[in-house]
Ligand binder design. Structure first.
Ligand SMILES: Cc1ncc(COP(=O)(O)O)c(C=O)c1O
Length: 423
């Protein structure tokens, strides 16, 4: 047995993990459902479902009222903020809740754009999801210049030299992804933040795709902003923005007058989705419990989350090794991104492929009929599919593994894919 596989067996209690997610045990069209669609949204543990429905059943109220269920709602939101702070390693005041990452990013880009004009520049990357591209590109209306850093087509890694070249004394914001939601590349975010800071620019990190796979530490990174979406890491459909307190205080959000000027609430528009925020608190508790089960002696919630990430990392790595080794052995299959196991520290368990003679939609449809749920298309990483010239022909087939997937699912998937392609 390979070492990585042994490690995954000792460190992660996969039986417990899978027992937490009711949807993993479904039979769809007579076959056990295999969820390889995590990059589009992950399944949720029972405690998230319970927290969401319990909130609606018992405490459904608006905030700031002089009665018990409203006070309960206020407390619950404060606790969810603190929990997300533990997840990202920041204070609760740094956490802004919103509908999703895209809306939060448009809100922040507009607020930042109020003070920008001709002569100011923003640097984005061609590897990113469009939600970290178009909101910045929209500032061209104000005369701002938007520069895009390239990636290397051969391995889909960000071209750091090009990124460094694009950043100048005129750069005001560097917006980059932590990990690619299409090809799985993990960027050197520490270096990106450093380059931005050196030029006097703000860093805006899209960690939506990284969050289910790797530990996020905004304090250690010293980034100015970081965004993620809870539905990608086993929570409900919402987005979260972290901002340094000085920016959340100094910048001027577009907001209605009666809304508070307090940080972070001044960045939250209208009435939030309270039932989902209850689910977010439960989602972080799931991460915490995963860590405590892995290492019972662990101390704080943050430490438990660190341990949980270490455990899932070994398991995801072992599955990625098996999946990629199996995929590249399939005739006429092209894998986009890093395929050399020695370089797997630069990728996560999200894999994009094409197979000659099949469109990605045909592959996803046939796999879906066999119980394997994958995705086809561009996943809004539009610059990437255009640059790799696959946009006109259906993008990629994306296989997304997260910690609740199993080696048996990987083997089953490969067997079905081989059979389909041979037929
Ligand atoms: C890397 C990345 N960034 C941003 C987004 C947009 O997130 P949301 O749906 O929360 O707006 C996604 C969604 O798939 C994503 O994968």
């Amino acid at each position: 047995m390979p070492i990585a596989e042994q490690a995954s067996k000792t460190s992660l209690d996969l039986t417990w993990v899978r027992s937490q997610f009711p949807s993993l045990h479904q039979i769809v069209n007579g076959r056990p459902a295999v969820f390889l669609d995590g990059p589009g949204g992950t399944q949720v543990p029972q405690r998230v479902i319970n927290a969401t429905s319990d909130y609606l059943a018992r405490n459904n109220a608006n905030t700031g009222g002089a009665y018990e269920t409203s006070r309960w709602t206020d407390r619950m939101i404060a606790e969810a903020r603190a929990a997300m702070g533990n997840f990202l390693n920041c204070d609760a005041e740094g956490i802004v809740f919103g509908a999703n990452m895209t809306s939060l990013t448009y809100a922040m880009s507009r607020a930042l754009g109020r003070d920008l004009g001709p002569g100011d520049e923003i640097v984005v990357t061609l590897l990113d999801h469009d939600a970290n591209f178009s909101p910045w590109k929209a500032l061209e209306e104000k005369g701002v210049t938007v520069r895009a850093a390239k990636f290397n087509a051969a391995d889909c890694m960000l071209d750091m030299q090009d990124l460094a070249r694009q950043i100048t004394s005129r750069t005001r914001v560097v917006a980059a992804g932590y990990a690619s939601n299409a090809v799985g590349t993990i960027n050197d975010v520490g270096e990106i933040v450093r380059l931005a800071r050196k030029a006097g620019a703000l860093s805006y990190i899209d960690a939506v795709h990284y969050a289910p796979h790797g530990l996020i530490d905004v304090r250690g990174l010293e980034c100015d902003f970081l965004v993620c979406s809870t539905y990608k890491f086993f929570g409900p459909h919402m987005g979260v923005l972290y901002g340094k307190r000085e920016h959340l205080e100094r910048l001027r959000p577009y907001k209605v007058r009666p809304n508070t000027e307090n940080v972070p609430q001044r960045w939250e528009w209208g009435t939030l989705n309270h039932e989902c925020i209850a689910g977010i608190r439960a989602c972080v508790e799931y991460w915490e419990e995963l860590g405590r089960r892995t290492k019972p002696s662990v101390g704080s919630r943050r430490e438990a989350i660190v341990v949980a990430h270490a455990a899932i990392h070994a398991h995801e790595r072992a599955m990625t090794e098996k999946m990629i080794a199996g995929l590249v052995a399939i005739p006429k299959l092209k894998l986009y991104g890093i395929s050399d196991p020695l370089r797997f520290d630069h990728r996560c368990a999200t894999i994009a492929v094409r197979i000659d003679g099949w469109t990605p939609l045909q592959l996803a449809t046939k796999l879906g009929e066999r119980g394997f749920f994958t995705w086809d298309g561009n996943y809004y990483a539009l610059n990437l599919t255009e640059q790799l010239d696959v946009e006109r022909t259906g993008g990629f087939l994306r296989i997304g593994l997260v910690h609740y997937n199993t080696m048996e699912e990987v083997e089953g998937f490969l067997a079905v894919l081989r059979e389909m392609v041979r037929a």
